[in-house]
Every structure is written in structure tokens, then in C-alpha cells.
Design a protein around this ligand. Structure first.
Ligand code: COA
Length: 149
């Protein structure tokens, strides 16, 4: 997962240790796609402590050699199916304004699942201590938080 994030050259690269911890403690809300025993894609997510109906997707990435085959959309759809039993009905993620692939992916996911997709500002450049781009919140499913973030 760390290697795929590193090679994407788009994602924030977290420490290799953080991916190990993630897999230990958030395995139920994360997904890997394997081909020939190797990880070719992953989703890291968590159920929001303040809203147990919502899974927040932190990172999704697919190795370049496997892109364009529906791997990312399938991982996300499988994650929603897997969490439905515990009452998760909404997916949130953030996307930086220039990530067209990510916007296309989540729009496609909403279409696949016959769900609404809405977006609004979440973290602007001013929130970040470094040169990090802004992150817009995308919600798939009911957007009934009344603006609470
Ligand atoms: C974004 C990413 C995960 C997509 O993975 P993928 O397995 O190729 O995506 P899928 O094949 O499941 O495609 C799902 C939809 O997104 C669209 N899409 C995927 N990549 C696209 C791109 N580069 N440009 C435009 N649309 C794209 C597909 O056309 C498809 O839409 P459709 O159903 O309308 O045809 C992959 O390009 C990636 O790892 N990028 C680098 C990391 C990143 O930006 N992650 C997202 C931010 S967390």
C-alpha cells in the first residue's frame, strides 16, 4: 500500500508505519485488491466516530498497470456492501480541486449505486500549515448533516 501511494505521485505519502497500523486497527473499513498474490490497489477508510452511518474514505489508489479496469470502483462498492450490515449508508471523501480522476471515480461510484453525490468546501489552503491543496468534501448518499462538518 505504501509503495502504491508513493508511486501514485499524487497522494500524500504517509509513513510506512502508519499503513501497518491502519491495517491492524481499521481492517474492517479498508480494502486491498490483489493480483497474483500482490497488492495492486487499496482503499483506507474509517467509520466516523461522530456519525456511525458514514464511512470516510481517506485514500484510494490503484497501481498504474491495473488502472482503467474498474478496480477502484469495485473496491469502493464492495466496501459499502460490506459495511451495510452495520448501518453504514453514506460515504464521504475529500478531493483536491485538480484531481479529475478522483472526481470521475466517485461520480461513477454514485451512479453505480443509484446514489446522490454532493460536494462542498471542507479544508481550504488556510487550514494547512504547508502548501497542501484545499480538500473538498464529497458525500455519496444522503447529505443530511445540515452543514455540520
Ligand atoms: C483514481 C484511481 C484510484 C482510479 O483507479 P481505477 O481503478 O483506474 O478506476 P476505475 O477503473 O474503477 O474507474 C472508475 C471511474 O473513474 C473514471 N476514471 C478513472 N481514472 C480516470 C482518469 N484518469 N480520468 C478520467 N476518468 C477516470 C473511469 O472512467 C470510471 O468512470 P466510468 O464508470 O464513468 O467509466 C487511480 O487513477 C489512481 O490510483 N490514481 C492516483 C491516486 C489518486 O488520485 N487517488 C484518488 C485520490 S484519494
Amino acid at each position: 500500500m505504501w509503495e502504491i501511494a508513493r508511486d501514485s505521485q499524487v497522494l500524500d505519502l504517509n509513513s510506512s508505519y502508519s499503513y501497518l497500523l491502519w491495517c491492524r486497527d481499521f481492517r474492517d473499513t479498508s480494502v486491498v485488491a490483489e493480483q497474483d498474490g500482490r497488492v495492486g490497489g487499496f482503499v483506507t477508510g474509517f467509520v466516523r466516530p461522530a456519525d456511525p452511518r458514514t464511512v470516510f474514505v481517506w485514500q484510494v489508489a490503484v497501481d498504474e498497470s491495473l488502472r482503467g479496469r474498474g478496480v477502484a470502483a469495485t473496491m469502493l462498492s464492495d466496501l459499502l456492501d460490506h459495511l451495510a450490515y452495520q448501518g453504514v449508508t453514506r460515504l464521504e471523501t475529500t478531493i483536491s480541486p485538480d484531481n479529475a480522476a478522483s472526481k470521475a471515480l466517485f461520480t461513477s461510484l454514485a451512479r453505480m449505486r443509484y446514489a446522490a453525490i454532493t460536494s462542498r468546501k471542507l479544508f481550504t489552503n488556510n487550514h494547512f500549515p504547508d502548501q497542501h491543496e484545499s480538500e473538498e468534501l464529497y458525500i455519496i448518499g444522503d447529505d443530511n448533516t445540515g452543514g455540520e462538518q
